[in-house]
Design a protein around this ligand. Structure first.
Ligand code: SF4
Length: 355
């Protein structure tokens, strides 16, 4: 596969084209063109000979939009096609403060969480930094016309475990938050992990201040290992210690995600155990009623159980809220993304979502 210039800096692009006899300012023109969603041929300010050479040796747009599914609540699920024909998903959610794009970091996932559709097939491959950047660029162009930049916030919460693709994710984060690209603030970028302690520590030591979200989903090792196999390797205490280290190093309050599963992790004892686990920890807990996933037997907690759970946490002084579910009618909600599309069944899928 040809290298993709989307993950190169302006300086790196200039270093490539200056020996071709081009002025260095073309590096900026190319980078601006790529981040506004243009391919080389669409950059009208470049000479034809340069476009020809770029096309011969590099690619610029690694992600295309194959299909879009719109939810009743305004959430949009994108089906992206990669250069090798693989399909991945991203979800654009609208809030009062702006638009958040949830992107994928791997094709499927090897973490195997029991409540998640994305982990059902095992890891197929890591995404490159360009393929992650390409998801943002494609949506900006589609939703905001490129120049307008529709995406204000990015969450790495789609298919894949970001910290299991550490180097590519780090490069993506560096590029997306760089002043020479679209410069999304560290504050507006969240990395969501199933909890790999040594990678959380490395992430803290990298010296950046992105938001960290840890999927906890149970307050004890016994329960957590039942639904998150990764817990058998590390255990909750190490995950919490790594999250605390992240706060100490970055000053960013860690967010813990807790999917509430009927009759499994939604008892008052669980709430008390969670409050005790997180006591004195600067953090926030996001409760979310489990999103139903076809083929999985787990179901969402009853509203009364959620209410009681939340009030136990809050009475114990743990900052916590119940998160609104967006996009569930298009299988765009957390845990519902999966690589289920094949060219031959796309039409059927589309009809289903149109109902
Ligand atoms: S919840 Fe995240 S880490 Fe777990 S299987 Fe799904 S994508 Fe992977």
């Amino acid at each position: 596969m040809k290298p993709c210039l989307l993950e190169y800096s302006e300086r790196q692009i200039s270093d490539i084209i200056v020996p071709w006899g081009q002025p260095s300012f073309r590096g900026r023109q190319i980078l601006e063109g790529l981040f506004s969603g243009k391919d080389f041929d669409g950059m009208s300010n470049l000479p034809a000979a340069l476009k020809q050479r770029l096309n011969a040796e590099y690619t610029g747009a690694p992600v295309g939009i194959e299909r879009k599914f719109e939810s009743k609540d305004g959430t949009v699920k994108y089906l992206f096609k990669l250069a090798d024909g693989e399909l991945i998903e991203g979800v654009l959610m609208s809030y009062k403060y702006g638009k958040t794009l949830c992107i994928s970091t791997q094709i499927s996932c090897r973490m195997g969480c029991a409540f998640c559709a994305s982990g059902a097939d095992g890891l197929k491959r890591n995404l490159t930094a360009s393929e992650m950047l390409g998801q943002v660029v494609s949506v900006n162009r589609d939703d905001g016309g490129g120049a307008e930049r529709a995406v204000t916030n990015v969450v790495l919460m789609g298919s894949g475990e970001p910290l299991d693709n550490y180097d590519n994710v780090s490069k993506f984060l560096e590029r997306i938050s760089s002043p020479d690209t679209i410069n999304i603030s560290e504050r507006n970028i969240s990395v969501s992990t199933a909890g790999i302690p040594d990678k959380i520590i490395s992430f803290a030591d990298d010296g950046r201040r992105f938001n960290l979200t840890v999927s906890l989903h149970a307050p004890t090792d016994k329960k957590r290992s039942e639904i998150m196999p990764v817990n058998k390797a590390f255990g909750i205490d190490k995950v919490i210690a790594a999250a605390r280290y992240y706060f100490d190093k970055t000053g960013r309050r860690v967010i813990f995600e807790y999917s509430m599963i009927d009759g499994f992790n939604d008892f008052e004892d669980d709430a008390a155990a969670l409050a005790s686990l997180l006591r004195a920890m600067p953090c926030h807990v996001n409760l979310i009623r489990l999103n139903a996933v076809a083929g999985k037997s787990l179901s969402p907690s009853r509203p009364e159980a959620v209410k009681a759970f939340l009030s136990i946490l809050q009475n114990a002084g743990i900052s916590s809220t119940l998160r609104r579910i967006l996009g569930s009618d298009i299988e765009g909600a957390c845990g519902q993304l999966r690589r289920r599309y094949k060219a031959e069944n796309l039409k059927t899928e589309e009809r289903e979502y149109e109902k």
